[in-house]
Design a protein. Structure first.
Length: 172
C-alpha cells in the first residue's frame, strides 16, 4: 500500500505542529512538509509534481499572509493534471468560510479547535478520496490500453473486468 504524501500549510506554528503530529501517527500518510504560507506551499507542491509520488492531500489554512488558502486551492486546481488535483482539507478557526471552501473543491473543513476524533474522520475521508481518484486513473489507463487491442468486444470486456479486479486489490 502506497502512502499518501500530504503537506501541512498554516501560518500558525502550533497549528502546523498539531496537524503534523496527528498525521505522523497514521501509517497511510507521509507528512511531505510543513509550510508557513501559501506562496511557500505552492512552490513546494509544484516541485513535488515532478516526482512519482506527488502530493495527493493538502491540509490548508484559510487566512494566511501573501497567498491565502483559497488562492492556493484555486492554483492547485488550475495547475494540476486532471485526476491529480490533491484532496484539499481546509483547517481554520473561522466558520464563515465553510461554504466557500466547498465551492473551492474542498473535501472537508476542520474548524479549530477540533477533536482528534473529528480529525481522524476527516483523514479517513480524505484518504478514501485520494485512493478512489488513483483507482479511477488506473481504470482509465487500462481502458485505453484495452481499446487498442483488436479483439472481439466480449473478450475486451473480460480483459477489462480482470484488470479492474486486479486494480481494486492493489489500490487498497
Amino acid at each position: 500500500m502506497n502512502t499518501i504524501r500530504a503537506p501541512v500549510v498554516d501560518d500558525e506554528k502550533p497549528a502546523r505542529e498539531r496537524l503534523r503530529r496527528l498525521l505522523s501517527k497514521d501509517p497511510r500518510v507521509q507528512v511531505a512538509g510543513c509550510c508557513a504560507g501559501g506562496a511557500q506551499a505552492l512552490e513546494f507542491v509544484r516541485e513535488a509534481a515532478s516526482e512519482v509520488d506527488d502530493i495527493r492531500l493538502v491540509f490548508l489554512d484559510v487566512q494566511m499572509p501573501e497567498v491565502d488558502g483559497f488562492a492556493m486551492a484555486s492554483s492547485l486546481v488550475r495547475e494540476s493534471r486532471p485526476q491529480r488535483v490533491p484532496a484539499i482539507v481546509f483547517v481554520t478557526a473561522h466558520d464563515e468560510y465553510a461554504l466557500r471552501a466547498f465551492e473551492a473543491h474542498a473535501i472537508d473543513y476542520l474548524l479549530k479547535p477540533f477533536s482528534d476524533e473529528r480529525f481522524q474522520a476527516t483523514l479517513d475521508r480524505a484518504i478514501g478520496y485520494a485512493r478512489a481518484t488513483d483507482a479511477q486513473k488506473v481504470i482509465s489507463e487500462m481502458q485505453a490500453l484495452l481499446n487498442g487491442f483488436s479483439c472481439p468486444q466480449r473478450t475486451r470486456q473480460e480483459m477489462f473486468r480482470a484488470c479492474y479486479e486486479t486494480s481494486r486489490h492493489t489500490v487498497r
